[in-house]
Design a protein around this ligand. Structure first.
Ligand SMILES: [Zn+2]
Ligand SMILES: [Zn+2]
Length: 353
């Protein structure tokens, strides 16, 4: 049975929670009532570990291609890198990057006819069209003074590209008319990355995606036993991410995977917020002291949930940060006025037509 390491985090005391809320109030968050600490009643809270993770996979694809090399009908006298290894076992580099490498297998090739010259080794000269000569024009002048005239005349010269033969040697097969066709294994490696968070509360994931890596797991062939000890939900989440990554690279084989983890405490706190007190009860100091000793009044106001997250115990309390009613009323009036203005504009345009 695996232990759920997500639960392995110390719980906060009430003093810790109050201190975190006071520190948050000191930063003057928008719309939060200033008398929050007097009105809030902390009901229950639990702390667990949330996990922010970055998943990286190095995958490999292999393609079989055919390459051609000019040669006089024989296998080039070259070594075949990794020709006999099946499957090719290539080392995994320390730093991962996108790469493409071709591994030719010269000895498994065969002689084929050169497609560029149809096996002739020569083809028609492109400069003269096969004539061996090219036609040029020049300007010729004759006469002196007012009788001077100029005209254009054509003349032919021997084609310098083919030395007058009208045919040139095929550059692809170097005149042999044959090529050595051999297989090539193209090994492509791609780095796939994704980031995610696992937190069992409704705290937005975006708030947890930060901080330094605390733990790195490296797994040749894919994460498996390395995830033992993770909660089933987190393991499921990571496995799904891995599958999504592989789907993006069709036919890819997983070489090695790395997961960078950061663990963060998340405290989910249920509270009640009493209706505002005090304003209607200006009292003498003696009365305030005695009132403070009495048990807190039952919260007639609202209740809600907030979260303390991270080592620094940041606060996420959207239910406490609601705009006051005067602001809502102002926005409503502004929207109404805007609506009337648009309507008046439409009416004015239709009347003008
Ligand atoms: Zn020519
Ligand atoms: Zn050729």
């Amino acid at each position: 049975m695996t232990t759920d390491i997500l639960l392995d985090f110390p719980a906060l005391s009430e003093e810790d929670v109050r201190a975190a809320l006071e520190a948050w109030l000191a930063t003057s968050p928008r719309w939060v009532p200033q008398d929050l600490m007097e009105r809030i009643e902390l009901r229950s809270w639990t702390t667990h570990r949330a996990c922010s993770f970055a998943l990286t996979s190095l995958v490999e694809t292999r393609e079989q291609l055919t390459a051609h090399r000019s040669h006089a009908g024989q296998a080039p006298n070259l070594p075949d890198p990794l020709a006999e290894a099946t499957p090719l076992q290539l080392p995994v580099p320390e730093t991962w990057s996108d790469t493409t490498h071709d591994f030719p297998c010269y000895s498994k090739g065969q002689v084929v006819e050169c497609a560029n010259c149809s096996g002739g080794g020569r083809h028609v000269c492109a400069a003269c069209g096969g004539d061996g000569t090219v036609t040029r024009t020049r300007t010729v002048s004759s006469g002196i003074g007012e009788n001077r005239t100029t005209r254009r005349e054509s003349y032919t010269v021997t084609c310098s590209n083919c030395d007058g033969s009208g045919r040139v040697r095929c550059a692809v097969c170097v005149g042999t008319g044959e090529l050595w066709a051999f297989p090539i294994t193209r090994v492509g490696r791609r780095v796939l990355s994704s980031q995610g968070c696992y937190d069992r509360t409704a705290l937005p994931d975006a708030l947890l995606k930060r901080g330094e890596v605390e733990e790195t797991l490296l797994a040749p062939g894919g994460l498996g036993p390395e995830l033992d000890g993770f909660s089933p939900a987190l393991r499921q989440r990571i496995v799904e991410d891995v599958e999504k990554q592989l789907q993006r690279q069709a036919g890819a084989r997983l070489l090695v995977q790395r997961i960078d983890l950061r663990w963060l405490p998340v405290t989910e706190l249920r509270y009640a917020l009493a209706s505002p007190l005090g304003k209607q009860r200006p009292a003498a100091p003696a009365q305030v002291t005695s009132a403070a000793k009495q048990p807190k009044p039952a919260a007639a106001g609202t209740s809600g949930i907030l979260w303390l997250y991270g080592e620094e115990r940041s606060v996420h309390a959207p239910e406490l940060q609601t705009a006051p009613s005067w602001f809502v009323a102002l926005v409503c009036v502004a929207a109404l006025l805007l609506g009337i203005a648009i309507l008046a504009g439409i009416v004015a345009i239709s009347l003008a037509r």
